[in-house]
Design a protein around this ligand. Structure first.
Ligand code: UD1
Ligand code: UDP
Length: 376
């Protein structure tokens, strides 16, 4: 009999990283029946991904509310995913990463006695407050999970430290690299597509050095004004254009637009679809971000990343030298960015393409484990 898999996700990054698993499940239709359930913790930013990859969810809980609280998301997801579990009766439920959707869906699965498979398991900073609430979300999801798909060996070691049995862990690589390579191949060498993407942003001088910026972490709320100060000063350089697709969270959007909307050399826009963002990364000289996913993607593209955080659960890129933690103090951000833009040796040392997070086959490995798993 075919196993029934329920794939649950809710935000933009979970969607990007679950699409390869959905594609792989489709290809393995001899062994699996599956359904997708979106909580829609994000709405527009989620729909951009669903549309690009042609995914139509089987269940859509549609629960995003403006400026929603963590308690609100948690309770709505538990209730909604619980109902879907009762209706669909999956043999296994797959979640991704560390959002509130991830944790609450895992708890709902546990209450319904459905085993959980955790994709992107084992990332840790060992600090409950950073990133907040993601560190606890992934620890709690790990505690509820029966199968752990760790992207790297370090993630596997983190799980072993928490007494997860080794036979429950597979090192698969990160599915974000599956998605990235798929999209980057579409852009690479397609001059017409490149031209089209450039022409969609006519105010940007693409001949200059592009500094790409994103940011949204809750622990950075209240610090975006400082980050913007650094960006404003950086934009004063004649050789640089700053490209900043601004996250839809109002705690980010309001200060960023207030500080940077009219600054010459700074191009603010709404979140862009993944193909466009991949193009931005490919065009960028330098990336400034607090995003988890971008830290994983940039090394594959050989792009230096200044990580605007004090801690990262993705130390692999720091160890390999493509990423540098710079915190959120304006002086520290500015100094690090100027150094990379002014010192070709410092730049060359960071701008090396490598793949600490995966080889594009992560989803395939996840499906292979599910196929061979006898406990389901
Ligand atoms: C969430 C995740 C975070 C993840 C991030 C990826 C939690 C607690 N946070 O943070 O781990 O790294 O997504 O981006 O799980 N909004 C919209 N449209 C959208 C998306 C968001 O309007 O498509 C606005 C809404 O007002 C919403 C608010 O942003 O209430 C916050 O969204 P939420 O999912 O709670 O938090 P994020 O900061 O997006
Ligand atoms: N991304 C995107 N459009 C944008 C900005 C980012 O598609 O305008 C992608 C990016 O390539 C990465 C993911 O969204 O794959 C990261 O999402 P986010 O930073 O919101 O969340 P995090 O990874 O920090 O959880």
């Amino acid at each position: 009999m075919k196993r029934k898999v329920l794939v649950v996700f809710g935000t933009r990054p979970e969607a990007i990283k679950m699409v390869p698993v959905i594609y792989a499940l489709k290809e393995a239709s001899d062994a699996f029946e599956f359904a997708t359930c979106v909580t829609a913790q994000h709405r527009e930013m989620l729909d951009q991904v669903l549309e690009l990859f042609g995914v139509t969810p089987d269940f859509d809980l549609n629960l995003m509310r403006a400026n929603q609280s963590l308690e609100q998301i948690t309770s709505l997801v538990i209730h909604g995913v619980g109902q879907v579990c009762a209706e669909y009766k999956p043999d296994v439920l797959l979640v991704h990463g560390d959002t509130t959707t991830t944790f609450a869906a895992s708890l709902a699965a546990f209450y319904n006695r459905v085993p959980v498979g955790h994709v992107e398991a084992g990332l840790r900073t060992w600090n409950k407050s950073s990133p907040w609430p993601e560190e606890m979300n992934r620890c709690l999801t790990g505690a509820l999970s029966s199968l752990h798909f760790a992207p790297t060996e370090q993630a596997r070691q983190n799980l072993i430290k928490e007494n997860v049995s080794e036979d429950r862990i597979d090192v698969t690589g990160n599915t974000v690299i599956d998605a990235l390579l798929h999209i980057a191949q579409r852009i690479d060498g397609d001059a017409r597509l490149t031209q089209k993407l450039e022409s969609e942003f006519p105010s940007v001088d693409w001949s200059k050095r592009i500094v790409l910026v994103t940011g949204h972490r809750r622990e950075n709320f209240g610090k975006f004004e400082g980050i913007c100060k650094a960006l404003e000063e950086l934009a004063g350089r004649p050789d640089v254009e700053i490209l900043y697709p601004v996250h839809l969270n109002p705690n980010v959007r309001i200060p960023v637009f207030k500080c940077l909307e009219n600054v010459p050399g700074v191009h603010l826009c709404d979140p862009v679809e993944y193909l466009t963002f991949t193009f931005f990364m490919m065009k960028a000289t330098l990336i400034l971000t607090d995003s988890g996913g971008v830290q994983e993607e940039a090394p594959s593209l050989g792009k230096p990343v200044l990580v605007m955080r004090d801690k990262t659960e993705r130390p692999e890129a720091i160890e390999k030298g493509t990423a540098l933690l710079v915190g959120v103090e304006p002086d520290s951000i500015l100094q690090a960015a100027n150094r990379l833009l002014d010192d070709p040796d410092a730049y060359a040392a960071m701008a090396k393409a490598h793949n600490p997070f995966g080889d594009g086959r992560a989803a395939h490995r996840i499906i292979t484990r599910l196929r061979n798993e006898e406990s389901l």
